[in-house]
Design a binder for this molecule. Structure first.
Ligand SMILES: *[C@@H]1O[C@H](CO)[C@@H](O)[C@H](O)[C@H]1NC(C)=O
Ligand SMILES: *[C@@H]1O[C@H](CO)[C@@H](O)[C@H](O)[C@H]1NC(C)=O
Ligand SMILES: *[C@@H]1O[C@H](CO)[C@@H](O)[C@H](O)[C@H]1NC(C)=O
Length: 474
């Protein structure tokens, strides 16, 4: 009987109770010093001007993030169509192309000086993706010169996008199979010639590789040599899933995220060894429309935990891709509806606002994550995430006990939705502290709900439902 009770209580504490002590100062496995705004956006090159001229939500959705951190989210302009674009100094519009259907991406396009003038008007930093695939280095240098001259906010320039997908018929490949070695040599040569003409250093976002094979930052940095001086950062792209693999439970699972990003650790290390930052310069949940998982609340929860884990791995910033307007499953907002993933990005930005370090308190082997968030070596917030997949039936709740707290109460804000599968366009908007973002404008609406939790003897208990997260203000 007694043994039975002991094993029952052990069972209860492991299955129903999770306890974490908040370290009073950042522990040894805390992140390095964070950027002010690690959560950024990437706009597909051809669609970028229309996001600002034709989509009313764009400015407000970005401003909402700025209002949390005090800094406009970093922006990257690029993608597949950067490698289809030719600069035309006489073009008056920002971009010019024709497509058969409004939701097609153009096979070829031109862009003019006003493209860069528009980017210069953004109040945050901008990484601009330019063309290498078409092998017209003089044209890319002209565009880069214009960018440098008008964009006071220019952070970096990319020379080509996802070059592992270049094929022998691409002009840069000159009829040959494009190998990793070809790409490394080409990147270094272009860095030297572009930066030689610009008389600039520390300006290239290098690599721009999709995943970690066959081309890698490790391979590129091995041959960078003195050209490393031209590099601002080394860049990876990451899409954990595709339409054919689409599995939301895996996408948002805490330990699954750990497993998914693990191969990038060596890429980060290679960048750091060169004295440079690593970024996820383009990322989102799933390629090819995402098989239905991309517009869901679970994809927003993925963003939240993926951002935290990537920052702990040493990445500086993540730029979440916004693609073709009207045909973009993972987009954070559109002309008409909000996207559920935006709520996760907003919550991640809330958690990181004003922070200079984060530390993970769990060991990444379960569905439950706990992070301590620091400012000036003092814990200011804790982020709790229950990544259990909830799509039907009765929601389960996980109790997290946090100790090492001071004061008699703490407050908390909750990120939730009806289900992990909830989509705004299907009438199930997530909420952040009880509030929503209006369709078509991205205005934060509704009354904020802040929960108050009693602290006793330095500890407090928090209940977090399956497919929910809670941000505790210490
Ligand atoms: C400028 O770019 C051209 C290629 O268009 C290259 O041949 C030349 O070496 C570059 N100049 C410098 C100073 O790097
Ligand atoms: C970080 O260290 C703490 C101890 O301070 C440990 O409990 C936790 O599991 C570690 N987390 C990771 C992700 O290594
Ligand atoms: C947004 O529009 C969808 C229909 O497309 C609707 O079901 C949903 O309730 C709207 N969300 C808000 C917050 O108004």
């Amino acid at each position: 009987m007694i043994l039975g009770l002991i094993s029952l209580s052990l069972y209860l504490s492991s299955a129903y109770g999770l306890s974490f002590e908040i370290p009073a100062t950042p522990p040894s496995n805390a992140s390095k010093t964070l950027a002010e705004a690690p959560v950024g956006v990437s706009f597909e090159f051809f669609a970028y001007p229309a996001y600002f001229t034709d989509v009313a939500s764009t400015e407000t959705c970005l401003e909402n993030l700025k209002d949390l951190t005090g800094v406009w989210p970093p922006m990257r302009i690029g993608g597949t169509t950067q490698d289809r674009a030719t600069y035309d100094a006489s073009l008056t519009e920002p971009v010019s192309y024709t497509v058969a259907s409004a939701t097609d991406a153009p096979e070829t396009l031109t862009f003019g000086p006003s493209f860069m003038e528009m980017a210069a008007d953004y109040s945050g930093s901008v990484t601009l993706g330019l063309n290498r695939r078409l092998d017209n280095i003089a044209n890319t240098i002209s565009a880069a010169e214009e960018a440098v001259s008008v964009m006071g906010n220019l952070y970096a320039i990319e020379l080509g996008n996802e070059p592992e997908f270049y094929v022998d018929t691409d002009p840069i490949a000159d009829g040959e199979t494009w190998t990793a070695a070809d790409d490394y040599a080409s990147q270094v040569l272009w860095q030297e010639e572009v930066c030689g003409n610009l008389s600039s250093t520390d300006i290239i976002s290098a690599g721009v590789y999709f995943g970690t094979s066959p081309e890698t930052i490790q391979g590129l940095t091995a041959v960078e040599g003195d050209a490393n001086v031209y590099v601002k950062d080394y860049c990876s792209h990451n899409y954990p899933q595709s339409a054919s693999t689409a599995d939301l439970e895996t996408l948002m699972g805490h330990s699954d995220i750990t497993t998914e990003i693990e191969p990038f650790a060596a890429e980060v290390a290679a960048a750091v060894a060169m004295g440079k930052e690593h970024v996820f310069g383009e990322t989102n949940s799933a390629t090819g429309g995402g098989g239905g998982i991309s517009p869901t609340f679970g994809a927003g929860l993925w963003i939240l935990d993926y951002v935290m884990q990537s920052l702990l791995m040493g990445t500086k910033a993540l730029y979440f891709h916004q693609g073709t307007i009207g045909d973009c499953q993972y987009c954070w907002w559109g002309r008409y509806d909000m996207g559920s993933p935006y709520f996760g990005a907003y919550f991640a930005t809330m958690a990181l606002a004003g922070a200079d370090q984060i530390a993970e308190l769990d060991d990444q082997t379960t569905s439950f994550a706990a992070y301590a968030i620091y400012k000036d070596n003092t814990p200011t917030k804790a982020l709790l995430y229950n990544s259990e997949y909830y799509a039907s039936g009765t929601r389960t709740y996980q109790v997290f006990t946090l100790s090492g707290l001071s004061g008699s109460t703490v407050t908390a804000k909750r990120l939730t939705a009806a289900y992990a599968t909830s989509r705004v366009d299907e009438g199930e908007s997530p909420t952040v502290a009880g509030q929503k973002f209006e369709n078509g404008t991205c205005t934060l609406t509704g009354e904020a709900t802040v929960e108050t939790v009693t602290v006793s003897s330095g500890s407090a208990q928090f209940s977090v439902g399956a497919s929910e997260a809670l941000l505790v203000y210490l």
